[in-house]
Design a binder for this molecule. Structure first.
Ligand code: PLP
Length: 483
């Protein structure tokens, strides 16, 4: 019989068992009492190899893109090349102090300036800010800019932001944080925005429309030009949630679609690993009429003196939205990613993201119902409504069972307009073989649902922790061994 030693490091403690040198700090140091530790620091005494095993095992208890497939829809959990990590870890970048005067950090300002130029090119917009630190933070920045603009042109009474019913939860949250009322616009049977419903909700109270494109069903808003014209005719502005830019990079000029302002999640599309709540960047790109309202300082170039500088002298600016200039090292990754891919490479990545989603959709379509028949972009949504009706097995159970098959679950129960939804985003970095293996797992799980539903209802069976209370796990996080 196999005898495994599953004791954690604290249980392996043995008095004098450490191979680490005893620290030689003096016993008597001049430290005020409030900074002194009241109780003994209870560290286990173990040799170095046990410490290494402890941390390596801990790291293996979590799922990540570097471990396996992670088709979490709307999150773009793609593989991020390690080259971009190496660049972001250069001491010349990590050692910069944010309060350094511009003349000693010309390289950093140059990188930020050129990243802005790349993103302007990719979107067709006129201005940019890299200061917002997440998608939601970009949304708030963009909506504040619209608010300031409307006030400036004497339209400050407007107070309604129109938002499709398929939208990401951050959109209505942003509207209400900015002091506006969120008004829902229905989707039609194609899974796109219902233009008639939009018309009925436009008025002289309309601040604008927040629209995601491709929307959260993974569908391109085919009527986008008509939609943006209608909003403009009503005196509103069009905000595009471009958190997931994977499908469009290099293919679509947003300005020509009538978009006024858009945010891009650099931590989704542009190579910053995310998922654990780490630093992100929600770059905001805008048309010229909104540019004066962008956060200060803006990063600019003076061609006469051939220097990059921070411009604080912008009287219409909404002010600052984050300390200093945002998350600089996320910008470094995005810059390295864009340069290493090149324009054609980015375009290819977008095409591959769409190809992978459509191939995977084709593979699973026989077993699971696709929520909308309209062609997919970088992701698609299936529903387990029929399976639930027949077997009592829910999407939640299927998602948990996928973990036993070695796959991260897709996004579930979102968008809200699809019952028992599973939103699948394979991303461009996965191989054909991985997509096929995932489709086989979904097929097998469906068979299990009909033959042995109890197995699914108790899944997962093979993970370090079994099914848990997810709300409690997030809100009452336990990060300490023991109690
Ligand atoms: C991820 C996402 C957001 C929010 O981005 P955060 O960086 O998590 O704040 C907003 N909208 C859509 C469509 C997204 O997918």
């Amino acid at each position: 019989m196999l005898v495994r030693d599953d004791r954690v490091i604290f249980e392996k403690h043995r008095e004098g068992g450490s191979t680490f040198p005893i620290p030689d700090f003096p016993e008597e140091v001049d430290l005020p009492p409030e900074y002194r530790r009241g109780v003994e620091l209870n560290l286990p005494e173990v040799p170095e190899n046990e410490v290494v095993r402890h941390y390596v095992r801990l790291s293996q208890k979590n799922w990540g893109v570097d471990v396996g497939f992670y088709p979490l829809g709307s999150c773009t959990m793609k593989y991020n090349p390690k080259f971009n990590e190496d660049v972001a870890r250069l001491p010349q970048f990590t050692g910069l102090h944010p309060a350094s005067p511009p003349h000693v950090v010309q390289g950093a300002l140059r990188l930020m300036y050129h990243l802005q130029e790349f993103l302007k090119d990719l979107t067709g917009m006129d201005g940019a800010t890299l200061q917002p630190v997440a998608g939601a933070s970009g949304e708030l920045t963009g909506i504040f800019m619209i608010k300031a603009y409307l006030k400036h042109v004497g339209e400050g009474h407007r107070d309604e932001v129109l938002i499709p019913d398929s939208a990401h939860g951050t959109n209505p949250a942003t509207a209400s944080m900015a002091g506006f009322k969120a008004v829902e616009v229905r989707s039609n049977s194609d899974g796109t925005l219902d233009v008639e419903d939009l018309k009925s909700k436009l008025s002289d109270r309309t601040v604008g429309l927040m629209i995601t494109n491709p929307n959260t069903l993974g569908i391109f808003e085919r009527d986008i030009k008509e939609i943006t014209s209608l909003v403009h005719e009503a005196g509103g502005q069009v905000y595009m949630d471009g958190a997931n830019f994977n499908a469009l990079m290099g293919w679509v000029d947003l300005a020509s679609l009538g978009i006024d302002v858009v945010h891009l999640n650099l931590h989704k599309t542009f190579s910053t690993p995310h998922g654990g709540g780490g630093p992100g960047a929600g770059a905001v790109l805008m048309k010229a009429h909104l540019e004066p309202f962008a956060p200060v300082p803006t990063v600019e170039y003076d061609p006469e003196r051939e220097t990059y500088f921070l411009n604080w002298d912008r009287p219409l600016s909404i002010g600052k939205v984050h300390a200093f200039y945002g998350h600089f090292l996320v910008m470094v990754r995005a810059y390295a990613y864009i340069l290493s891919m090149g324009g054609e490479g980015l375009k290819q990545a977008a095409a591959d993201a769409v190809l992978n989603a459509n191939y995977l959709r084709h593979l699973v379509e026989g077993d699971y119902k696709v929520a909308y028949r309209t062609r997919s972009m970088h992701e698609f949504v299936i529903t387990a409504k029929d399976i639930k009706r027949d077997t009592g097995v829910r999407t939640y159970d299927i998602a948990k069972r996928l973990l036993d098959y070695g796959f991260h679950a897709p996004t579930v129960y979102f968008p809200l307009i699809v019952p028992e939804a599973m939103m699948i985003e394979p991303t461009e970095t996965e191989t054909k073989e991985t997509l096929e293996a995932f489709a086989r797992a979904l097929k097998e799980i469906k068979r299990e649902a009909y033959e042995r539903p109890e197995v699914l209802k108790e899944a997962p069976h093979t993970t370090p922790v079994r099914r848990l209370d997810e709300v409690k796990a997030a809100k009452a996080l336990k990060v300490k061994w023991g109690d």
